[in-house]
Design a protein around this ligand. Structure first.
Ligand SMILES: CC(C)(COP(=O)(O)OP(=O)(O)OC[C@H]1O[C@@H](n2cnc3c(N)ncnc32)[C@H](O)[C@@H]1OP(=O)(O)O)[C@@H](O)C(=O)NCCC(=O)NCCS
Length: 193
């Protein structure tokens, strides 16, 4: 894996466990480790992913058509393995051109150690540099960890849509829309110093 390569968005973060984790954008060489990451995720976590990531062709398509201006995938890497994936989706035209949509999934063995919080903070910082004004996330209303992680990164709770999506068993699940106003978040951090 190209851990030595420093590219835009690369960073090292330290988990509560003391483990040092490399965070960087996805590169073509990530095809195999990314496939392994998704293979090892439990089915319940795959419902947050919009594609059939257990199909190697899907991952190949992603790495062969990387376009950071459309989708910026940030990966967390430990011991040569991908352990988390956060994606920033952008729409180049129209009324949502200033908004990024964020999705995240962390490998179960690394959850509860501050990884999502750190990666989401990283995405907010990168989004500011990219000129985005707002970030949007759709979070399951019953996921305390997801709501806390997004709140830690400056997202606020905006709306609940009851029973909008389906879980792996086919049950309808409520979705919470969370939004981060990037400028306001940085202003409030600056004021609280
Ligand atoms: C949501 C998710 C990304 C959180 O990842 P994580 O690395 O465990 O998150 P963090 O360690 O940064 O924890 C965030 C907060 O949630 C808390 N938390 C973590 N796991 C928790 C759990 N199982 N139950 C309750 N709280 C939990 C942490 O203590 C922390 O709280 P704090 O702010 O008071 O310190 C991870 O659980 C996941 O991948 N879930 C499935 C995908 C998903 O729901 N994505 C969100 C929609 S896109």
């Amino acid at each position: 894996m190209s851990e030595g390569r420093e590219i835009f968005g690369s960073k090292e973060i330290e988990l509560k466990s003391g483990h040092k984790i490399k965070v960087r954008p996805m590169v073509p060489e990530d095809e195999k480790p990314l496939f392994d990451f998704f293979q090892n995720l439990p089915d319940e976590l795959l419902m947050f992913v919009r594609h059939n990531v257990r199909d190697p062709e899907v991952i190949r398509e992603w790495v062969e058509h990387l376009n950071y201006e459309r989708v910026l995938p940030l990966l967390a890497i430990h011991d040569e393995k991908i352990i988390a994936d956060v994606t920033l989706h952008r729409i180049p035209h129209g009324w949502k051109r200033h908004i990024g949509q964020v999705r995240i999934v962390v490998s179960p063995e690394y959850q509860g150690q501050g990884l999502a919080t750190a990666m989401l903070n990283e995405v907010v910082g990168l989004s500011a540099e990219l000129g985005l004004e707002k970030l949007w996330a759709e979070v399951p209303l019953d996921s305390v960890a997801a709501i806390k992680a997004f709140r830690n990164a400056g997202f606020g709770c905006k709306a609940v849509i009851e029973g909008l999506v389906k879980d792996v068993k086919g049950n309808n699940v409520d979705i919470l829309i969370m939004v981060c106003d990037i400028q306001r978040y940085y202003d409030s951090k600056w004021l609280s110093k």
